[in-house]
Design a protein around this ligand. Structure first.
Ligand code: ADP
Ligand code: MG
Length: 627
């Protein structure tokens, strides 16, 4: 051995190994899934590289994974003839964790975990730290590897007992690829049983398109031989009718390292101008970082059965980034890169059809209310980016949106615009909505009083993104969407029936009063007027139809952007006792304080904040002191 060296693991790796060894008690068998998956990745990478450089095959072309067990010496060996690793790659891949998201995750897991609790074995594959799971069952792991295309002398030996450090050295290695030798822990005897290992492999690797062989012993002939365990056929190539549900689900799990069943899937062989196969899944499990728009799209890209890349994000729009699956194209060049993907017209067309496929899949899913609501709870927030991002499919996207509504007595978002339309009352032309910070403040908004009384449903838009999203939806099947916190002449007309009309004599009576208020408040407001929208509240503020709404201004402010100050309409309820009271006040100062207090109250109800809360409090205290 040459160039021997002992190196420390990066501190996150140490934390992770500690977790693996001390906190993972059940489901230990997943180590095999991870190591086989790595071997299969290594073979995929080799296949890809040999496209441009066939010499890398080194005349050793039957690609496979071989697993052998040595019960006496307590060893399991997993051998592949894939791409292998150079010394530098070994150090980078097996001693550090590069992804910062994964690092943070491990830190938080480590901090939050008390010694007795267990980490969830599902997380391991998801976070790209699968290799380290070898230490769940092994108290020592030795590796021999050589990268494809380098000389025999450039083999690398790596060994560690999973504590603080590892040893690395150069060795001669004749065969290209990687051999991982697990020295099985005393309490993990079960994994030294060939039949047990065989079962685990068939459980996790049925759909790996690479032959997996296990070494068996023939008692009669007293001979060892290799037995292939999996069928090694890519599932997506098979005819739909020949694949059952269980197989689709298992393939999903193997493809994504997500251990929960997907909600549904769509498998298509597309022929004609373009030829490709797509297999798209809707997961039932939310990835931890899905909210982030930088979250990588889950589709894998294959070209003529060769795996080309992970996360080919050009294949679907961002708002569908929760979709997992793969595309296998016959038309793309094999040497396609991410840069080319961006400009490629084949990809562009594929994206259009794949998007339609997903939307149609969601449309069928939406027929099952319970399942769709469950989907919406998980992915609705991401899907709401759709109306802004995908104008071409807006009509179908709008149908798929779900909202909280005054029709229900809870914050659940399960009302579609279609359902709302069916419940519209006679004479109602618009679809009404209210945006707010949260359900509680939406529900108690004074804007709703009238709608409650008249039994008109209002959609409650309570997610941050809603205000922005709804600005991209102006109508649904000919019906305008109208914010009830905005000035709305048609609403005024609509509600001016007998019991609501403000009689002319009242209007006249209030005329000088309104003028007085307008003079008093001056530029603080846009316009003061009477309203018949209110019942228990003396006054509200509204914005003009073309003006920025309060919620939108808040969004901008939260993003650190300057926004013009909102000028509100100040609308007064002539039937309210407080308004009737102010009408009779003679004292100018008292009148002015009263009006300002009402305005501040109305703004507080609308915005949830005031520019100068102290002024408001002083005013209230003054009034209280006079009681
Ligand atoms: P992931 O597979 O998600 O990248 P792992 O912890 O399972 O994370 O593996 C880390 C890295 O080590 C892999 O990305 C790969 O570069 C390298 N590696 C692991 N096993 C092999 C192997 N059998 N052959 C070649 N490279 C490997
Ligand atoms: Mg892996």
């Amino acid at each position: 051995m040459q160039k021997q060296e002992t190196r420390n693991f990066q501190s996150e790796v140490k934390q992770l190994l500690h977790l693996m060894i001390h906190s993972l008690y059940s489901n230990k068998e997943i180590f095999l899934r991870e190591l086989i998956s790595n071997a299969s990745d290594a073979v995929d990478k080799l296949k890809f590289k040999t496209l441009s450089n066939p010499d890398l095959y080194e005349n050793n072309s039957i690609l496979k994974v071989q697993i052998s067990i040595n019960k006496k010496q307590r060893l399991i060996t997993i051998k592949d003839n894939g791409i292998g690793m150079t010394r530098k790659e070994v150090i980078e891949n097996l001693g550090t964790i590069a992804k910062s998201g994964t690092k943070d995750f491990i830190k938080s897991l480590n901090d939050s975990l008390d010694k007795k609790s267990e980490i969830n074995s599902q997380l391991i594959g998801k976070f790209g730290v699968g290799f380290y799971s070898a230490f769940i069952v092994a108290d020592k792991v030795s590796i021999k590897t050589r990268a494809a295309g380098v000389s025999i002398q450039e083999g690398v030996f790596w060994e560690s007992s999973g504590e603080g450090n590892y040893h690395i050295a150069n060795i001669n290695k004749k065969l290209r690829g990687t051999e991982i030798i697990l020295h099985i822990r005393p309490k993990c005897d079960e994994f030294l049983d060939t039949w047990r290992i065989k079962l685990i492999i068939s459980k996790y690797s049925e759909h790996i398109s690479l032959p997996i062989e296990i070494e068996m012993y023939n008692d009669k002939e007293k001979k060892y031989y290799w037995e292939q365990i999996n069928k090694a056929q890519a599932l997506w190539l098979k005819n739909k009718n020949d694949i059952n549900e269980k197989e689709y689900k298992e393939f999903y799990k193997q493809l994504t390292s997500d251990n929960t069943d997907p909600i549904t899937w769509s498998h298509n062989h597309v022929e004609g101008k373009q030829e490709y196969i797509s297999l798209l899944y809707i997961p039932s499990n939310i990835p931890w970082d899905i909210r982030n728009r930088d979250y990588k799209n889950g589709l894998k890209l294959y070209v003529q059965r060769v795996f080309i890349m992970e996360d080919a994000e050009q294949l679907l729009p961002k708002y569908l980034r929760f979709i997992r699956g793969l595309v296998d194209s016959n038309d793309l060049p094999l040497n396609i890169s991410r840069e080319i993907l961006q400009k490629n017209s084949i990809i562009h067309n594929m994206k259009i059809t794949l998007t339609k496929k997903v939307l149609n899949m969601l449309m069928s899913l939406s027929k099952n209310v319970i399942i769709y609501n469950n989907f919406w709870k998980k992915f609705g927030l991401v899907f709401k980016e759709g109306p802004a991002e995908d104008i071409n499919n807006k009509n179908i996207i709008i149908k798929l949106l779900r909202f909280a509504s005054t029709y229900n007595d809870n914050s659940e978002q399960n009302v579609s615009l279609e359902e709302y339309s069916k419940r519209m009352i006679k004479g109602q032309k618009k679809i009404y909505f209210l945006t707010s910070d949260n359900y509680i403040s939406a529900k108690s908004s004074p804007h709703l009083e009238f709608f409650y009384k008249r039994g008109i449903e209002v959609l409650l838009l309570i997610d941050h993104i809603d205000e922005w999203m709804i600005s991209y939806i102006t109508e649904f099947e000919g019906k305008t969407l109208q914010s009830i916190s905005k000035q709305d002449n048609s609403l005024d007309e609509f509600i001016q029936n007998k019991d609501n009309i403000i009689k002319n004599e009242i209007k006249e009576k209030f005329q000088p009063f309104l003028k007085k208020i307008q003079d008093l408040l001056g530029k603080k407001i846009k316009k003061v007027k009477l309203t018949s929208r209110l019942i228990n509240t003396p006054a509200i503020v509204t914005t003009d139809i073309n003006e920025m709404s309060t919620q939108m201004a808040k969004l901008f402010a939260a993003a650190g952007q300057k926004t013009p100050e909102i000028k509100y309409n100040f609308e007064l309820n002539p039937n309210h006792i407080l308004i009737k009271k102010i009408l009779t006040i003679k004292d100018e100062k008292y009148f002015s304080e009263f009006v300002k207090l009402l305005l501040e109250e109305a703004i507080l109800a609308e915005k949830g904040t005031l520019e100068d809360p102290n002024k408001f409090i002083n005013r209230i205290n003054n009034f209280l002191s006079k009681i």
